[in-house]
Write a protein that binds this ligand. Structure first.
Ligand code: NAD
Length: 272
């Protein structure tokens, strides 16, 4: 049950900025990166996500990187939005412009649950889209027909699929529309400046299911702490965001899962 001081934090007429990570999709069956399922085998070697999800790996072994993404895309497409995703869609319907969602998830589940692209910044991209590896396209394009959605682990990519994964404009190999660990945020693809602007305007930040291992999410947490606005942190274990709350004394750490806390918080939001 939400304690009265947490209910008070929710009673704001201003913008509520929600920041979600892989933990919000864990209850839909999509593994987080830090789980034991995280690695990918190439030949006799196991690669960690931090090695596979890089421009360097794509240059060195593009077919393996694509096979990893197509396998992960299969998991995402086979998953359904859970109670936390549905609650966040309800929160947007109720609060309109006073709702904003910044998500690190590439699985598209927030959009499938009903959040709109206008109010959902996918700061690490979307696994159902690709873009030209030479950046000649003005915007990402949906994954083409002819690439299997159900993808068995260890299955190699076929020549026909490689042909389908070409840039429709210049014919170069396309790349997954995701932000890799050795790349930088930008506004055009990842809404970087818009996310910072939202952190500077928000009156409450709610952080759900992320370790804070990437820079923009931590930047948002730091801006909230510097502005002295409260942060509500939902996670099964303490993380750098709960440490910020402890240091500033502004906000609350709700230890538990997204499915346990997000619907309850959304229910407690004042609707007007
Ligand atoms: P992460 O895997 O580093 O951390 C996940 C966090 O979620 C942990 O703090 C964990 O304690 C917490 N968690 C686990 N189960 C939870 C639950 N049921 N409810 C709430 N929290 C739970 O993920 P991250 O911090 O989001 O960042 C890693 C990167 O991985 C991001 O760049 C993201 O794009 C990518 N990623 C995305 C997906 C996805 O799209 N679903 C999945 C894996 C990784």
């Amino acid at each position: 049950m939400l304690a009265p001081p947490v209910r008070c934090l929710l009673d704001t007429p201003g913008l509520i900025l929600w920041l979600t990570g892989a933990g919000v999709s864990a209850e839909s069956g999509i593994p987080t990166f830090r789980g034991k399922e995280g690695y990918w085998q190439v030949g006799s070697r196991n690669y960690q996500p931090e090695e596979m999800a890089t421009w360097a790996a794509f240059q060195e072994m593009p077919e393996e990187v694509w096979a990893w993404y197509l396998y992960r895309r299969g998991i995402c497409r086979g998953a359904e939005p859970n109670a936390a995703h549905r609650a966040l869609a309800a929160a947007e319907r109720r609060r309109g412009e006073r709702f904003l969602l910044v998500t690190q998830n590439v699985d598209g589940l927030h959009l499938r649950a009903g959040n709109t692209l206008d109010r959902t910044y996918q700061i690490h991209g979307n696994i159902d889209f690709m873009r030209c590896s030479r950046e000649c396209l003005p915007a990402p394009v949906p994954m083409p027909e002819g690439v299997d959605v159900a993808w068995g682990k260890g299955r190699p990519i076929t020549e026909r699929e490689l042909q389908a994964l070409k840039c429709p404009s210049c014919g170069a190999l396309a790349r997954p529309h995701v932000l890799w660990f050795d790349e930088s945020y930008d506004e055009a693809n990842f809404r970087f400046e818009s996310s910072i602007d939202a952190a500077q305007r928000a009156s409450l930040v709610v952080v759900v299911g992320t370790t804070g291992a990437t820079s923009l999410p931590m930047h948002i947490g730091t801006i909230a702490a510097q502005r002295g606005i409260p942060m509500v942190v939902i996670n099964p274990e303490p993380n750098p965001f709960s440490a910020l709350v402890q240091r500033t004394g502004q906000g609350a750490f709700l230890c538990g899962t997204a499915g346990q806390w997000v619907p309850e918080i959304v229910d407690a939001l004042p609707s007007a």
